[in-house]
Design a protein around this ligand. Sequence first.
Ligand SMILES: [Zn+2]
Length: 153
Amino acid sequence: MFGVHEPPVDVHKIAEQLDFLVVPYDFPDETSAVLYIHEGVKSIGVNQRHAPVRQRFSIAHELGHYLSGHEDYTERGEGEKIQVDGRFDPSDPQQRLEQEANDFAAELLMPEAMVKEEMARMESFDATILARRFDVSEQALWIRLVGLGLAPE
Ligand SMILES: [Zn+2]
């Protein structure tokens, strides 16, 4: 997808290809990113105080909301949509959509074929090296590996 053949996937470039303006912003710590669409102008504000790996995931997560056509972001006025993301409450009915956006982000940043290829190239499995190769957090990597059934014993 998006003509990317090897890691790390350039999420800023993909956002740009989708006509998004990515704006680093001093959000409060609990806010990771904000998707904002106004009269066709699309932007993603990302918390610049968060670690770069987290910012990459947050941008991919917002692209997931957008590309999955989640229609539930708050309509604030004509032609204006906003989605604020932070820690989410498991009892929130919106959680399923958050999970979907997270799954999208994981697939975008760690495509299955690429993960398999990189793992096959390693002499011995090393999560730190693999996470660095994909420019993701080790936590995000593990979740993805478990999801793909590729986590080593
Ligand atoms: Zn979200």
